[in-house]
Write a protein that binds this ligand. Structure first.
Ligand SMILES: Nc1nc2c(ncn2[C@@H]2O[C@H](COP(=O)(O)OP(=O)(O)OP(=O)(O)O)[C@@H](O)[C@H]2O)c(=O)[nH]1
Length: 306
């Protein structure tokens, strides 16, 4: 049937000749089973982008269906891991002999993970936005992860200003007489004892890391744990009162500007020895209607740009 049909991608002349960097499809719906170290295979609903370059200057076009069907195999017959992604990239190239020598796949999805509460022993689901970019360029494979981690940041400046107001309130209230221990404890437990509170905000660390091309498996859980352990105040899933109190303590003990968060994350990414990294810290301010942002890269030649 197909052989009787016109196939203009193969036979028609290009309207205009020239090489193209990427040609393919975006926003492809692709549910699949995702594999990563220390996690059971997870069902995710990804949006995929699939591309090859078109280096044959006079070819009319690429064969979109061949890319689409290779992704479909990944979705229906395989689990997604570095090996199966590499196979799909290889099939992109081998199905475009003479047309392409580079291929790229991007998967964007939310990774749902069970996360433990701080103290109460409960657990709940928390989703992490994740993008995986895999490329093959003249036989050389590369992987990149792009992950968002959401946390709470309490402003150190606001905390200092609030402390000053609390001191002033104390001086005004108790200037006349000597205090008993009980009076101080009672006052500290009253609303008057905390006359001002520092502002804190929901914040997001966007982190992009380049992985070693020889990796056998993804290790998203350890990257998330490393980032959250460093920030100390990740957004929580299940929360009982004891967890909320612990969260308040952690916020009070980890006051941070966006610069502080950026330096913490930069240090852990350096320690983890990623081939390259890029990070952007976003503090979605509750004081301002605008946001506080800090950006850093590893700074290698030809690497990520800030
Ligand atoms: N190259 C290209 N194809 C497009 C575009 N928009 C839609 N398509 C369609 O993508 C469909 C699949 O293309 P092919 O992979 O060449 O399909 P096919 O010829 O049935 O598959 P093969 O026999 O493997 O070549 C065709 O029907 C094209 O019309 C576009 O902008 N560029």
């Amino acid at each position: 049937m197909q052989s009787n049909m016109p196939d203009i991608a193969d036979t028609a002349p290009a309207l205009q000749t020239g090489k193209l960097d990427w040609v393919g499809m975006a926003d492809i719906e692709l549910p699949f089973l995702f594999e990563s170290r220390d996690l059971a295979p997870i069902n995710v609903n990804a949006k995929a982008r699939a591309f090859v370059n078109l280096h044959k200057e006079d070819a009319k076009g690429i064969h979109m269906s061949r890319l689409f069907l290779a992704l479909d195999t990944l979705s229906t017959e395989q689990h997604v891991n570095p090996q199966t992604i590499a196979q799909a990239l290889d099939s992109f190239i081998s199905s475009h002999t003479g047309l392409s020598d580079q291929a790229k796949i991007e998967f964007k999805f939310e990774l749902p993970l069970r996360r433990k509460s701080l103290l109460s022993g409960k657990a709940g689901w928390k989703s992490y936005p994740l993008t995986i970019v895999a490329k093959i360029d003249r036989g050389v494979l590369s992987f990149e992860l792009n992950l968002d981690v959401t946390y709470s940041s309490t402003c150190p400046c606001s905390a200092a200003l609030a402390r000053q107001l609390i001191q002033q309130a104390f001086v005004e209230k108790f200037q006349q007489h000597t205090l008993s221990h009980e009076e101080v404890v009672n006052w500290l437990g009253s609303t008057d004892g905390i006359i001002a509170t520092p502002h804190s905000q929901r914040s997001i660390a966007n982190v992009k890391v380049k992985l070693d091309s020889s990796i056998r498996e993804f290790d998203i859980l350890s990257l998330i744990n490393t980032l959250e352990d460093e920030l100390k105040t990740p957004v929580q899933a299940a929360v009982k009162r004891e967890d909320e109190q612990e969260f308040a303590r952690l916020n009070g003990q980890n006051l941070m500007f966006c610069e502080d968060a950026a330096r913490k994350i930069k240090a852990v990414l350096e320690d983890a020895q990623y081939a390259d990294y890029w990070l952007q810290i976003n503090h979605y301010e509750s004081l301002h209607a605008h946001d506080a942002v800090a950006i850093a890269v590893k700074g290698i030649a030809g690497g990520y740009q800030p």
